[in-house]
Write a protein that binds this ligand. Structure first.
Ligand code: GRF
Length: 201
């Protein structure tokens, strides 16, 4: 029997993680969950690309995986409807976009209001969209970074949960900068999820 004054441990929050490629953010989150650093469990990793490297990594970590290949659907709406149905069947509390490279429509996003997170490799609201590092270098910026934000129907425009700043070096290319930012993304996503799941019941 726990003592009356001992803290009540909350059951882990449940996550579904959406990826499109390498999946290094997903792996970082999964390992933090397994270490107990995030009080959460990944119920499902879904990729829209059958060849995503991250799927192998997810399987190696013992996670459930699925593929919903956007190319197999005639419209974005049909793709999103299939993806939503799959996600609802696992009933995750949080949808985590970790390198998921499809734009999601309003009807899809509004099914998880305030409960969908995305990581974006810029200091939002600067540089929404693609090629963030190349744009920051071309603009002569001295700092780049990454943001974890709540997903709203407007692309990369939802409230920022956490940000990390990374210096841009004079000889950086988009690739060298992306590598430096990515290392920080991993820690940032863990911090953001710790904060978010902390508020769950
Ligand atoms: C990250 O840089 C993320 O910010 C962006 O896509 C990349 C995904 O990397 N949205 P990974 O698949 O997590 O390794």
């Amino acid at each position: 029997m726990p003592k009356p004054d001992s803290p009540v441990s909350k059951s882990p929050s449940t996550l579904a993680v959406l990826i499109s490629g390498r999946g290094s953010n997903m792996v970082s989150i999964a390992k933090a969950c397994q270490r107990g650093e995030i009080n959460a469990r990944i119920e499902l990793v879904v990729s829209n690309r059958p060849d995503a490297e991250g799927l192998k990594a997810a399987k190696a970590l013992g996670l459930n995986t699925a593929i919903v290949d956007h190319k197999q659907f005639e419209s974005r709406q049909l793709f999103e409807s299939e993806l939503a149905q799959l996600l609802h069947s696992y009933a995750p509390q949080w949808i985590v976009l970790a390198g998921f490279m499809r734009i999601l429509g309003e009807e899809f996003v509004n099914q998880w209001p305030g409960k969908m997170l995305n990581i974006h490799p810029s200091l939002l609201p600067a540089y929404p969209g693609l090629n963030t590092h190349a744009r920051a270098i071309a603009a002569g910026d001295t700092e780049a970074g990454a943001s974890v934000h709540i997903v709203t129907p407007e692309l990369d425009a939802g409230p920022v949960v956490a940000q990390v700043r990374v210096p841009i070096k004079h000889d950086d290319t988009a690739d060298t900068l992306a590598q430096r930012v990515l290392l920080q993304e991993h820690a940032l996503f863990i911090k953001a999820l710790q904060h978010c799941v902390n508020k769950d019941n």
